[in-house]
Design a protein around this ligand. Sequence first.
Ligand code: FMN
Length: 219
Amino acid sequence: MKQLKFLAIAAGVMALVSCGQQPAPAQEPVEVDKAAVVIENIMTRVSVRQFTEEPVAKADLETILKAGLQAPSAMNAQDWQVRIVTNQEMLNTLSGFMLSTEMGKGMAERLNGKNAFANAPAVAFIAAETGEKATAYNREDTALLSENILLAAHALGLGATYQAAPARMINDSKEAKDFLKTTLGFPENADLINIIIIGHPAESPAVKDRDQSKGRIIE
Ligand SMILES: Cc1cc2nc3c(=O)[nH]c(=O)nc-3n(C[C@H](O)[C@H](O)[C@H](O)COP(=O)(O)O)c2cc1C
């Protein structure tokens, strides 16, 4: 197997040199198996739906957003719109609209007093742009963006879940759809596809097995 490896540099050496001090004795370079780290992150990701109240650091959200926006898209159209919201007042207002829909009414009793986002400290709203600059693959593009967000959150020790049902509730509510435009600044030509709830995990679900017979290599 081709393995990508790189050397981790002892950052302290440079810092000391720039301060005019004697550099510390050279440390042994640490070899990191970059491929193994990336694959392990993919294989251990799991949907997390319960969170502690601890807010997610802004720097982590910035990393997560950047990772999402780095996803491939058909013809590099980047025909998506993303908002990551941490404002709990906004999320509660939106949740109120969602739980008033037919689908939401059925869901309300299963929430145990939490809002429609499981009281997640951060929620990503992901929309596919339509119109002239969008391609016919705008939904696929948002899916790839979403997976990047899930993997970045997991790599940062956070929990996250891709959710389509809350997007349906939002799309079923005029007030909720208006809220996305007026308060979250979604443009008119953006169709909400899914949300991703993000936070510090308050549960540790096991990784679910996958049916390996669904894929095969043909030589
Ligand atoms: C298109 C799609 C829609 C989903 N919608 C929801 C949802 O509405 N609510 C939810 O809790 N999870 C939702 N999920 C998460 C899946 O239930 C979850 O990914 C699946 O059970 C596999 O579990 P894992 O993510 O832990 O591997 C959705 C996932 C996908 C890909």
